[in-house]
Design a protein around this ligand. Structure first.
Ligand code: HEC
Length: 157
């Protein structure tokens, strides 16, 4: 017996190390799998609260109500929105009915708030079945006055 001990220990050591490493990895994988699948109520609710950058929270409706929808069509062309948005579905969702759909896309979003977010932060919500290719620098490009005129017009499409 005493002769075998020095032989067995070096042979078992790598096996035990491997087993230990395997267990650590298995637990790690299981941990993140569980973490990823458990519905987290806080995470589900957060996007509803973050409607738009702080400076407009709460008064998007007022800004849109005071805007001039009559200028919207020209602004839509000026920023080449019509390259992707035509009357019917194409590269982007159809212009026709956009205002009505905007009210239904995201829970607790008004149509105006949804349109506002869709334009200045298109990555925040990707319309199902569409590619995430909408130009994403309108926040820097479109002055506020034009943005709200545009939204007021889109609401009527
Ligand atoms: C390069 C193509 C492209 C351009 C240019 C573009 N869009 Fe889009 N847009 C898309 C695509 C694709 C989607 C759907 C995917 C998504 O949600 O990002 C979309 C989604 C939208 C939505 C949400 C529509 C819905 O039915 O929910 C709005 C509103 C919108 N765009 C407005 C605009 C406005 C206003 C402009 C111009 C300032 C513009 N887009 C320019 C491609 C484009």
């Amino acid at each position: 017996m005493s002769e075998k001990v020095p032989i067995q220990v070096p042979r078992l050591a790598p096996f035990i190390t491997l087993l230990g490493a395997g267990l650590v990895i298995a637990f790690g994988v299981a941990f993140f799998a569980v973490l990823g699948n458990v519905p987290n109520p806080q995470r589900l609710m957060t996007p509803i609260v973050v409607t738009a950058p702080p400076q407009f929270t709460g008064n998007i409706e007022a800004r849109v109500a005071a805007a001039d929808p009559g200028k919207g069509a020209a602004i839509f062309e000026k920023y080449a929105c019509n390259a992707c948005h035509r009357a019917e579905d194409g590269v982007g969702p159809a212009l026709r009915g956009m205002g009505a759909r905007a009210a239904t896309r995201r829970p607790n979003y008004s149509a105006a708030a949804y349109l506002y977010e869709s334009i200045i932060e298109p990555n925040a919500f990707i319309v199902p079945d569409y590619a995430n290719i909408m130009v994403s620098n309108y926040k820097a490009k479109i002055p506020e006055v034009e943005l709200f005129d545009l939204i007021a017009w889109l609401l009527r499409q």
